[in-house]
Structure formats: C-alpha cells, structure tokens
Design a protein around this ligand. Structure first.
Ligand SMILES: [Zn+2]
Length: 406
C-alpha cells in the first residue's frame, strides 16, 4: 500500500520552466504540489504521486516560472526627477542642474524631508507595478538619506514593506552611495563615521541584510570602499558593490576579494575583474535600465563573464535618477537587445542568478522540491515571450509562499 502524500494545493495544466541550473528545463504539462509555503513536488502531471489534495487548480495552458527576483533596487526615495529629465531634453546641462541643487542631492533632500509614511506610500505605488510584473522577492537599498537617522528611516520603510506585502524583501545599507553635502572635502571622515558608527548601529538594529557602496571617481575610492567592507565583515554582514559603471577602478576585483554576493553595473569590468569574480562566486548584476537612460555606449562585457563562468543577473535598479524602471520584465528585453544576452540567460538573470546575488539560491530562484512556493503563471506559449514583449501586462497568477494573492 503506497503512503499517500498530503498536499495543500496542486497547480497544473501548464508547462513549467524550472530554471534548474540556469536553463529553462521545461516540464511539459507539469504540476507543482505545495505544502505550507514550500514546493513539495514538481514534475509531469501524469507522474504526480497519489495524494490527499486540499485544492486543485488547472491553468489550462501557459507557462509557469519561478517568481521573479529584483536583486538591485533603490525603491524607497522621496520625490522624483522627471522635471530634470525634461530640463535636460530642453538643453539645460547636467552641471547647471547640479549647481541648482539637482541631481542626486535633490533626491537626498526630498528623502530627508519626507516622513516614513510618505516614503512608504511612494514606494508602495512603485512596488505594485513590480509585483504586477511577477516580482516575488525584492532587494531595497538605503543611500538617499546619508544621515544615520534618514538611512534608518529608509531601511525601516523597506522592513515595513516586508510586513505589509507578500513579497520577500532583502535590505541593503548603502550609506557609501554619495558624499553628503555636509562632508564636502572630507570624504574620509564620512567613511570613518559609516564604519565606526552607522554599520554597527544598523547591524545591531537588524535593519540591513547586506552592505553596499558606490566605487567611482564621483563617489568613493577602492581604499575607502575597502574600509566599509572591513566594517561590514566585522558586523557579520555580506557585501555588494556598484562597480565599474563609468570607469575601471578595480572595484569588482576588490568586491571579489571580500567574497561579495555581487558586483553591479560593470560596464568597464576587465578580464582580471571577471576572473576574480569567477573565483569568488560573485554574481555580475547587469542593469540595462541605467545603461539605456544614460545612453551608455560602453556595454558590460557579457562574453567575458560567460567565458569565465560568472553568473549573470539582471535588475531594475529602480531609482529616480538613472533608471526609473517599473518593469523587471522590460529589463529582460533590454538585456537581450542592448547586451545580446539570450532570453534564457535573461530569465535565469531574474530568477536563480538574482537569488544567488542575494544569497537566497538555496530557498528561491528555481522550481524544485523543498524551495519556497513562489511562482508565476504566464498565459504565453514559450518562456522567450517574457523577454520578447515590450511592456504590457503579461503576468497572470502570482503565488507567494504557496498562496495566491489577488
Ligand atoms: Zn544602484
């Protein structure tokens, strides 16, 4: 007598792209059995083991993929910079805009002046668009407060989002994003403050899951970032880095030396950077929205990363300056069109490899027994359509931790 399984729900009637090993790995006419918040079984519907099933659902066609993971966002910020976008297109230079208090400083001011509730409301509107596009896990960075109080305010909003929505949230302290105006000419003093006071305090409050920085001529040097990473290691937090976006400073090699979860942007990454990242298992997070908005002509060296076996992830980088991107799926298209990634690589980039970039690949990113039951049903015939259609509403049913939310 076979032991009868107990499933809370079985979802079937669609082909399943499991994304195991970063491939589509299609199961024709598949079924996913869920127990609690986990996948209990996945395979061809015809091979489903005998089971007591509480609820049965038949999609009647389409594709199921893992829930999408947006592994690099600046979702929480005050105001937006659409007026600067318009000014620039009317011929006002970036220098003039910056001299008038525009650019990142306008976002810093707007974020400092916003209440926690105001930041929450603004972030919720953007989150709703990402969730409607199939996102079930999102990383959210601080970095527009640049005072301890306002960095904490941003991270609290991110934690509130995790409480209020079924989406999984990972938070990142990005105090080393830009030099606050109060510290002009004293960047090393600001880094000391972050290292000696902010990182230990934010870690003690349990508000950050990782520490990030911006390594660039207009932000912080590798030596300064390395001090931030030392403090993160002391506080027991993993690191990530905005690196090689506008020039080659070796930030990604530095990140690899610290076993960083990811190095992000990477337009100017070199062979040595790719080698170091492959050695440390650091994921390359590419951000096509920023590349597009900046009309960047230097593209991230995708072929180099392939050759070295560096995992490629994609993210919206949603932020008010360089990537006001409210669709992660649109980033798949841009990665294919601009970076010549394949639709399969692009989908792996927002599932298993994005999970890796957050240190979550053991629990999300593929559809396998034991993983979190986060998945999306798409009423399409082939997974390449996720990267093919430009915009529009494509996601059908989204299941978060085993539960369908309206
Ligand atoms: Zn960013």
């Amino acid at each position: 007598m076979p032991v009868t399984e107990q499933f809370d729900a079985v979802w079937s009637g669609a082909d399943i792209a499991t994304l195991r090993n970063g491939r589509y790995d299609i199961i024709r006419d598949g079924a996913i059995a869920v127990r609690g918040d986990r996948i209990a079984w996945v395979g061809p519907r015809g091979a489903l083991p005998p089971a007591d099933v509480t609820a049965q659902f038949d999609f009647g066609g389409g594709i199921i993929t893992p829930g999408l993971v947006d592994c690099h966002t600046h979702l929480v910020f005050g105001g937006n910079r659409s007026h600067e976008f318009e000014q620039r297109l009317n011929g006002v230079s970036y220098a003039e805009i910056a001299a008038a208090g525009g650019g990142i400083l306008s976002t810093v001011n707007a974020t400092r002046n916003a209440s926690e509730d105001e930041l929450m409301a603004a972030a919720e509107a953007r989150l709703a668009m990402l969730m409607a596009d199939g996102v079930t896990c999102i990383e959210i960075k601080s970095g527009y407060g640049l005072t301890l109080e306002s960095e904490i305010k941003m991270l609290r909003v991110a934690r509130r989002i995790a409480q209020a929505y079924p989406v999984q949230v990972r938070t990142t302290l990005l105090a080393a994003h830009a030099l606050p105006p109060e510290y002009r000419g004293r960047a090393d003093d600001y880094i000391t403050l972050i290292c000696e006071s902010w990182i230990p305090e934010v870690a003690a409050l349990g508000l950050a899951d990782a520490v990030d920085g911006f390594c660039e001529h207009l932000a912080f040097s590798p030596a300064q970032i390395s001090r931030v990473f030392d403090a993160a290691v002391l506080a027991g937090l993993p690191v990530k880095l905005h690196a090689e976006q506008l020039s080659s400073l070796g930030g990604s090699t530095l990140a690899a030396r610290y076993g960083a979860l990811s190095a992000d942007h990477l337009e100017y990454a070199t062979d040595a950077d790719a080698h170091a990242m492959a050695q440390s298992g650091t994921v390359a997070v590419l951000l096509p929205g920023a590349c597009y908005m900046l009309r960047e002509t230097q593209l991230p060296p995708v072929e180099l990363f392939r050759r070295h076996g560096v995992a490629l992830a994609l993210a919206s980088d949603i932020n008010p300056g360089t990537s006001p991107a409210c669709s992660l799926r649109l980033m798949l298209n841009m990665a294919c069109t601009l970076f010549r990634m394949t639709p399969e690589e692009a989908l792996a980039g927002v599932t298993i490899n994005a999970a890796r970039a957050l240190g979550l690949s053991a629990s999300i990113g593929t559809l396998e027994a034991g993983k979190m039951a986060d998945f999306v049903h798409w009423p399409v015939a082939h997974p390449a359509e996720l990267a093919y259609w430009l915009g529009g509403q494509l996601a059908g049913t989204v299941i978060y931790r085993g539960v369908r939310r309206a």
